[in-house]
Design a binder for this molecule. Structure first.
Ligand code: NAD
Length: 266
C-alpha cells in the first residue's frame, strides 16, 4: 500500500478495530493502515475470496451487514479473539452500477437492498458494537459516508440520501453516547479509486473529467481515507464527536459533484 506523503505514525498497539467491507477498496486500506499502526484488526466482509489476500495478521470473519445475526457474530468474534472492541468502522456499502437511476425507476428489490446494506447495516453494526462499548465505557464508531451525502448528484436517488442518513446517524450516536465515553464520527470521501467506482468511471469515460473538476486535480486513493480514520479515531481527536470530516480534494466546496457525473445516457 502507498502511504500518503508526510503521514503520521500512530500507535494503536492494544486497540481493537473492526472494519466492515475490509476485503476491498477503502476498507482494505483501512485494515492495512490500522495493522501497520499496531492495532488488532478484524475485517468483516461478504467477499471471503478477496479476504484470502489480506495481509497476515488481519483476522477475517465472513458476514453480511444486512443480517443482524452476522453483525452480532462479527462483534462477538472481535471480542472473543482480541479481548474487546475499541473502534468500529462502518464502511461496507454498495453502489451497484445498475443503481444509477432516478427515483421512479427503482425496483423494490434494488431499493430494499441499498437500504438494507447501506443504512440498516450501519445501524445494526453500531447497535452490536455500542452494547460492548457502553459496558466498557469507551469506544469510537466511525461511519464512512460520502460527498454524495452532502450534495445532490444525478441518479443517486438511493445512495445519496442514505449517505446523508449515515452522516446523521453519527451525529445522533455522538450526542447520545457522549457522556458514556464513546465518540461517534463520520468521514466523507470524495471520489476514490476503488472497485466500487472503477467500472462506472470507465463506462462513463469520466475519470479525467472528475479529476479535473476536483480542486486538487485528481481522484483520491484509499490510503488517504484510511489516514483520516487513524486521526478521527485516535486520542488526538478526543474532543471531536458527532461531526463529519470531508476528505474529498475540495469537491464539496466547489459543489461540483453533481455536474455532469455520472451522466444519464443521452
Ligand atoms: N470509492 C469512492 O469513490 C467512494 C466515495 C465516497 C464514499 N465511498 C464509501 O466508501 C466505502 C467503501 O467504498 P469502496 O469504494 O471501497 O467500495 P468497494 O465496493 O470497493 O468495497 C466495498 C467492500 O464492502 C463489501 N461489502 C459489500 N456489501 C457488504 C455487506 N452487506 N456486508 C459486508 N461487506 C459488504 C464488499 O465485498 C467490498 O469488500 C463505502 O461506504 C462507500 O459508500 C466510496
Amino acid at each position: 500500500m502507498t502511504r500518503p506523503q508526510g503521514s503520521i505514525q500512530y500507535d494503536n498497539r492494544g486497540r481493537v478495530v473492526l472494519v466492515t467491507g475490509g476485503a476491498n477498496g477503502i476498507g482494505r486500506a483501512i485494515c492495512e493502515s490500522w495493522l501497520q499502526s499496531g492495532a488488532a484488526v478484524v475485517c468483516m466482509d461478504i467477499d471471503a475470496a478477496a479476504a484470502e489476500s489480506l495481509p497476515e495478521g488481519i483476522l477475517f470473519v465472513r458476514g453480511d451487514t444486512a443480517e443482524r445475526g452476522d453483525c452480532d457474530n462479527a462483534v462477538a468474534f472481535a471480542c472473543d479473539s482480541c479481548g474487546g472492541l475499541d473502534v468500529l468502522i462502518n464502511n461496507a456499502a454498495i453502489q451497484p452500477r445498475d443503481s444509477y437511476l432516478p427515483q421512479h425507476e427503482y425496483s423494490a428489490e434494488l431499493w430494499d437492498r441499498l437500504v438494507a446494506v447501506n443504512l440498516t447495516g450501519y445501524a445494526q453494526m453500531a447497535g452490536s458494537a455500542l452494547k460492548v462499548m457502553v459496558e466498557q465505557g469507551s469506544g469510537v464508531v466511525c461511519n464512512i459516508c460520502s460527498a454524495q451525502g452532502h450534495r445532490t448528484a444525478r441518479q443517486v436517488a438511493a445512495y445519496g440520501p442514505i449517505k446523508a442518513a449515515n452522516l446523521l446517524q453519527a451525529r445522533q450516536w455522538g450526542v447520545e453516547y457522549a457522556r458514556l465515553g464513546i465518540r461517534c464520527v463520520s468521514i466523507s470521501p470524495g471520489a476514490v479509486m476503488t472497485p466500487m467506482i472503477r467500472a462506472t468511471l470507465a463506462e462513463q469515460g469520466g475519470a479525467a473529467a472528475l479529476a479535473n473538476r476536483t480542486p486538487l486535480g485528481r481522484i483520491g486513493n484509499p490510503e488517504e481515507i484510511a489516514a483520516a480514520t487513524l486521526w478521527m479515531c485516535s486520542p488526538a481527536a478526543s474532543f471531536v464527536t458527532a461531526t463529519d470530516l470531508l476528505v474529498d480534494g475540495g469537491i464539496d466546496a466547489l459543489a461540483a459533484f453533481a455536474d455532469p457525473w455520472p451522466m444519464p445516457a443521452e
